[in-house]
Design a protein around this ligand. Structure first.
Ligand code: PRT
Ligand code: ZN
Length: 293
């Protein structure tokens, strides 16, 4: 069986973006009736739609070759499993960003993380939380919650929580204050460390190369502008992540040129203002859809 199986989240914060990313790599799928297994149409790459918590195990057991999951889940799984069974992080992905933070009740009186020594901390990530706290010289007891961790202090089950935070709204709504960030997380593509048959590995390498193209294109822009010929060097330096621009003559205007460049970093309004200040005009910023090589 030389087909590649990719596990992604069935429904949740990472589902849509994971699927969109794979589709932008040129993958198309025939959806099965139960919607759990999607068969790859043009490539031997199939999808398995599962709960995110199951993804590390599917990789470790060799059921899937690739998986997209939050680093928080992958790190927790790696700390729970023995070291001979590790996942390999292949690429970080630009979505699913959040942080695992310690939070304590408002007016709890805790002054520093050290005060949590010997306390009970409710979390869905006990192994990750303990490992980070241990590295800070703090030994705390963790109480495992699968969801709604934020209600634990109110119930008297824990003194503090260690939970994922993105906007902080959930903490505020539960009268908790963020105390310390333990771990920054983002979605990532994982593989297994096992050696794969050559054909499978080649297919994964091809997918990774397309993925790199998609990720690079996402933050790249094609910039076109007119510039005074003697300001070309200054203007090139002002373009974020650009190298070797193309220059073209402007008919009837020997003192100015048209300059085209690919900027491999985000182009902000401030950059455009600086370009204008250096003499650029007719500045156009276009999205880049695909990139290779
Ligand atoms: O059903 P399944 O098990 O697949 O999904 P799930 O409910 O376990 O996961 P889901 O879809 O909620 O999250 C999937 C992944 O998204 C997580 O593993 C993280 O990697 C990432 N992610 C990013 C988040 C958040 N942001 C996030 N804010 N996961 C959870 N939250 C929760 C957090 O636990 C807390 O309850 O949102 C709340 C806090 O959000 P704010 O905005 O109020 O701070
Ligand atoms: Zn989950």
């Amino acid at each position: 069986m030389n087909r590649i199986r990719v596990a992604i989240q069935k429904s949740g914060r990472l589902s849509e973006k994971s699927l969109d990313l794979l589709q932008r790599c040129g993958l198309r799928f025939a959806r099965s009736k139960d919607k759990l297994y999607w068969y790859g149409k043009d490539f031997p790459i199939d999808l398995l739609l599962v709960r995110d918590d199951d993804i590390p195990r599917l990789l470790l057991d060799g059921v899937c070759d690739l998986g997209i999951v939050g680093e928080n889940i992958a790190e927790e799984a790696m700390l729970e499993n023995t070291a001979d069974n590790n996942l390999e992080q292949l690429r970080k992905l630009p979505f699913g960003g959040c942080r695992l933070s310690l939070a304590v009740p408002e007016n709890s009186g805790f002054q520093s993380v050290a005060d949590l020594d010997g306390c009970r901390i409710a979390t869905s990530y006990p192994a990750l939380t303990r490992s980070i706290l241990t590295s800070k010289g703090i030994s705390a007891e963790t109480v495992k919650f699968s969801g709604s961790v934020e209600i634990a202090p109110g119930l008297g089950t824990a003194d503090a929580i260690s939970d994922l935070v993105s906007t902080g709204t959930t903490l505020r709504a539960n009268h908790l204050v963020e105390f310390e960030v333990l771990f920054q997380s983002t979605a990532a593509l994982y593989g297994q460390l096992e050696q794969l048959p050559v054909e499978k590995q080649n297919m994964i390498d091809r997918l990774l190369s397309r993925l790199d193209g998609v990720l690079l294109a996402a933050e790249s822009k094609y910039v076109m502008l007119h510039a005074p010929r003697d300001a070309v060097d200054t203007i090139t330096r002002l373009l974020p992540g650009a190298e070797n621009p193309s220059l073209m003559n402007l008919e009837g205007d020997p003192g100015r040129v048209a300059l085209h460049a690919v900027c491999r970093e985000t182009v902000f309004w401030e950059h455009l203002e600086a370009l204008k200040g250096a003499g650029a005009s007719a500045i156009l910023v276009l999205p880049v859809e695909k990139m290779l090589g």
